[in-house]
Design a protein around this ligand. Structure first.
Ligand code: RBF
Length: 167
């Protein structure tokens, strides 16, 4: 599938905004930790590689993906971050609740994006198998955590000044 091979993990750093001075919150789920820790670490590394100071990155964990909504919401409402990255992994084969969790998290994070002025980046991997999740967390198809970091930098660069002007 064409979309399967499209990823930003091989992004062009020269086209990625410099993140110096940007403050980023990362909230990740401990469920499927093999995957979510790799995504989290990829996001942190890519932020730092692109100029974000390590001390300007705050990392918090929640038990499962469903709690990403609350975790991200708390970070957004704190007013401390220019963007929040939410990271989780739901695997269909392991999870009878797959559709409920995926739909809940998607709706919850989407609501935050509409209601608050801090971009929330969607780093929820939803796959049919563990292998597919591994391929997207540092394997054959890159690391979606890297992509979340690049996306956060673009969103901050695009909208940060606009938000400050509105305040
Ligand atoms: N959380 C995940 O992040 N990924 C999962 O694959 C996952 N599967 C779950 C399967 C079941 C049957 C249940 C009850 C929970 C699962 N959760 C999963 C945890 C969920 O996101 C949340 O932490 C709990 O439902 C408590 O609110």
């Amino acid at each position: 599938m064409a979309t399967e091979l499209k990823n930003l993990s091989s992004y062009d750093p020269s086209k990625t905004p410099c993140g110096k001075g940007y403050k980023v919150g990362i909230v990740y789920a401990e469920w499927n930790e093999e995957i979510t820790h790799a995504l989290r670490d990829g996001a942190i590394k890519t932020l730092c590689d692109n100029g974000v100071n390590a001390e300007d990155i705050t990392v918090a964990s929640v038990p499962g993906s469903f709690e990403l909504i609350f975790g991200a919401s708390q970070m957004v409402k704190s007013g401390k971050y220019d963007a929040v990255i939410a990271i989780g992994c739901v695997i269909r084969g392991d999870t009878p609740h797959f559709d409920y969790i995926c739909e809940g998290v998607t709706a919850g994070l989407s609501k935050l994006n509409v209601e608050y002025d801090v971009p929330v980046i969607f780093g929820l991997i939803t796959t049919n198998t563990l292998l597919q999740a591994q391929e997207r967390s540092g394997g054959r198809l890159g690391n979606k955590g890297d992509e979340c970091a690049v996306t956060a930098l673009h969103m901050i660069a695009q909208f940060k000044h606009q938000q400050h002007e509105q305040q």
